[in-house]
Every structure is written in structure tokens, then in C-alpha cells.
Design a protein around this ligand. Structure first.
Ligand code: 3PG
Ligand code: MG
Length: 394
């Protein structure tokens, strides 16, 4: 993979159209998690340091091509200014002359790109318009790179283009985890449904040495293996697909690690009475809500032997205690091994980051992606249009 970075670009006196992803959670008019905003600060600072004027392009929510007042990016301004420590000029309708007249050191945020239907259509006219506003294009929005939109893909082909610092960091970490990783590689994939992660599992069994399957997804595999999973969340109609994935794993020499013991309860509720049983002894009126201690120990053995870990999805119903135990224990072990320099640990996806934050280990992983959907698509082995456009840009 090759792409240009800010180091390769001449930016003095130039307007740098900078695609960022500040699609952040907001409640009652306030940003409740500013992670994505903080992560773009180095890029903006570096552009300013090189004498460029960063003009930020971003989307917010899904306004479906029309201006929706509640989806105005204005709501992010206070958090953006706080993170940057400087004023940010908000522009609803940018034009080249006004941008060119801004004083040195100005930072501009343009209104939600998705207020125009031409953005998601990747309309060449919109890409042309955006390109006419600036001199250089910088994409720092890895987490939106799975979208081929005018501001993520079209415009990249019309201006000298480069990756921002966050994009660089994401691509470097992902390359280290799946592109050219140190082996053995363990992938941990959890979450509720197999149906949303079929392509992911199919790709991983070809790339990793051990695939740990946890969460509700594991039940589908256990049931496909002929086990009774009681009232557990389970996609019985995917039994054939699960068996095909297991067969493919046998061919490629990928070991699939499924739970051997599980924590079961009669209700899905915080603090529900629970017990740990072998996967062969799940009571008919119970549901599986977490992996058991023996399974966690087996995952631990795999992690101890590994050099690289890629993690997407929790191992149990981590949002309700005490069914977060397996996820927390495995995450802490991964963090310890990373601290000792034994493991490169990379994680991504919305739920995963929430789980790692809850386990208080996110900052001890080698890298935690800011991306949800883009991280998944990348793990599926798909080409991300926003990244591909950078690679081809001159
Ligand atoms: C995200 O939050 O995952 C990205 O900003 C992409 O948003 P989208 O799923 O609405 O395209
Ligand atoms: Mg999304």
C-alpha cells in the first residue's frame, strides 16, 4: 500500500480540503464522546504548521440529501474548538474567494456534506465543486472510507491528494494486523449475529491462525455442531453456512476456537441468577450469555502463543454485568501481553471499543480504530473506495 502523507505535500499558502469523520454521538445538543474529534487534531495542527489553511469537510448523521437542522455540524463546533485550542470558522456555503481571503492560521468547518444529495451519489459535479475550493485534498476519515462519496472518493481524484495523520495511523495498524502480520495471528470475533459477519469470518479463516468465535455468534456454530443451545440467541437457519466456514477452516489450517463452557441464565437481565456449564449441558430453559472460565483460559493460551491479535466484537453480553466477565478478562490479558511487548493488539468496531473502554484497557492496546463499518469492511478484505482513491492519486 502506498499513499502520500502530509510530509510529501507543499502546503504553504494553500487551501487544504481535509475530509474528517466527526460523526460523533450527541445528546441534548452536546457531544458526549469527542474521541473522533481529538484524533483529527494532529492533522489539523500539521497543516497549520506547514502554512496551509485546513478546510474541514465532514458528514453528520444521515440527512438523506436535505438540510436537516438537527444534523448541522454546528453542534460539534465547541468540542472542535476545545480540542484544537483555537477558533473555528463555520461556513454553510463555501466559496473559493471567501476561503482565500481568510487570514493565516484560520481553521474552517464546512456544513454537513450530506445536506446535498450529490454527496452520497458521488456526483462528479459536486466533486468538481469541492475541488474548485481548494489546492490540496487530505483524507483523514478512515472511518468513512468505505463510502464512495463526493467528499471521500470523487474529489480525491481531482486534486493532489494525501492521507492525514489519523488515516496513516489506521492504515499502518491494520496493515500490521492483517496485511503483513507477525504470526501466529489470533482473531477474536464476537457479537450477536453471524449473519452480519459472514464475509468477515470467510476472509479471516484464510488469513489467521486461530479464530476465536464468541458472543451470540458462537451459539450458531455450537448448534451447527449438533449441540443444544436452549433458549440462546441463535441463527439456526445459518447452520449450513457455519458448517461451511468450519470446513474451510480445516482446509486452510485455521483453528476455530469455540466456547467449551458457557455462563447461562434464565433471563437476559443485569445480575440475573447464572451458572457455568459445559456446552454439552445447556439446560433447555436457559440462554448462553457469556463464555465460561475454561474457555477464557483457552483463549488466554492462544493469546500467549500469538504475536498479533485482531479483535472485533464482545465475547458475551458485556453490556450487562456479570456477563461482561469473559470479554473483560480476555481484554485485560491482551493488554498485559501488549504491555510486555509480546503482542501487537488491534481492535475496532463500535461495540468493541465500548467493551474495551468498559474494561479500561483501550489505551493499552497497540491500536484502537475509530472506525465501525469501515473497520469491518477492511477486515472482510474489501477495498475501501476512500483508500483506493488515495493510492491512485498522483
Ligand atoms: C460511522 O459513523 O460509522 C461513519 O461516520 C460512517 O457513517 P455512515 O455509516 O452513516 O456512512
Ligand atoms: Mg456506520
Amino acid at each position: 500500500m502506498t499513499w502520500k502523507t502530509l510530509d510529501d505535500m507543499e502546503l504553504a499558502g494553500r487551501i487544504v480540503l481535509t475530509r474528517v469523520d466527526i460523526n460523533v454521538p450527541v445528546q441534548d445538543g452536546r457531544v458526549t464522546d469527542d474521541t473522533r474529534i481529538r484524533r483529527i487534531v494532529p492533522t489539523i495542527r500539521d497543516i497549520l504548521a506547514k502554512g496551509g489553511t485546513p478546510v474541514l469537510l465532514a458528514h453528520f448523521g444521515r440527512p438523506k440529501g436535505k438540510p436537516v437542522p438537527e444534523m448541522s455540524l454546528r453542534v460539534t463546533l465547541p468540542a472542535l474548538e476545545a480540542a484544537l485550542g483555537c477558533e473555528v470558522t463555520f461556513v454553510e456555503r463555501p466559496d473559493r474567494d471567501s476561503l482565500a481571503a481568510l487570514p493565516e492560521g484560520a481553521v474552517v468547518l464546512v456544513e454537513n456534506t450530506r445536506f446535498s444529495p450529490m454527496e452520497e451519489a458521488n456526483d462528479p459535479q459536486m466533486a468538481q465543486f469541492l475541488a474548485s475550493l481548494g489546492d490540496v485534498y487530505c483524507n483523514d476519515a478512515f472511518s468513512a472510507a468505505h463510502r464512495a462519496h463526493a467528499s471521500t472518493e470523487g474529489v480525491a481524484r481531482l486534486l493532489p491528494a494525501c492521507a492525514g495523520r489519523l488515516m496513516e495511523a489506521e492504515l499502518t495498524a491494520l496493515e500490521a494486523a492483517l496485511g503483513a502480520p507477525k504470526r501466529p495471528v489470533v482473531a477474536v470475533v464476537g457479537g450477536a449475529k453471524v449473519s452480519t459477519k459472514l464475509d468477515l469470518l470467510g476472509n479471516l479463516v484464510e488469513k489467521v491462525d486461530t479464530l476465536v468465535i464468541g458472543g451470540g455468534m458462537a451459539n450458531t456454530f455450537l448448534a451447527a455442531d449438533g449441540l443444544d443451545v436452549g433458549k440462546s440467541l441463535c441463527e439456526h437457519d445459518l447452520a449450513e453456512t457455519a458448517r461451511a466456514i468450519m470446513a474451510k477452516a480445516r482446509e486452510t489450517g485455521c483453528e476455530i476456537l469455540l466456547p467449551s463452557d458457557v455462563v447461562v441464565a434464565r433471563e437476559f437481565a443485569a445480575g440475573a441468577e447464572n451458572t457455568t456449564v459445559a456446552v454439552t449441558a445447556v439446560p433447555g430453559d436457559c440462554m448462553i450469555l457469556d463464555a465460561g472460565a475454561e474457555t477464557v483460559a483457552r483463549i488466554g493460551t492462544a493469546l500467549e502463543a500469538a504475536q498479533t491479535l485482531i479483535w472485533n466484537g464482545p465475547l458475551g453480553a458485556f453490556e450487562i454485568a456479570p456477563f461482561d466477565r469473559a470479554t473483560v478478562a480476555a481484554a485485560r490479558l491482551a493488554a498485559d501481553l501488549t504491555d510486555r511487548g509480546q503482542l501487537v493488539s488491534v481492535a475496532g468496531g463500535g461495540d468493541t471499543v465500548a467493551a474495551l473502554n468498559a474494561a479500561q484497557v483501550a489505551d493499552r492496546f497497540t491500536y484502537v480504530s475509530t472506525a465501525g463499518g469501515a473497520f469491518l469492511e477492511w477486515m472482510e478484505g474489501k477495498t475501501l473506495p476512500g483508500v483506493a482513491a488515495l493510492q491512485q492519486a498522483g
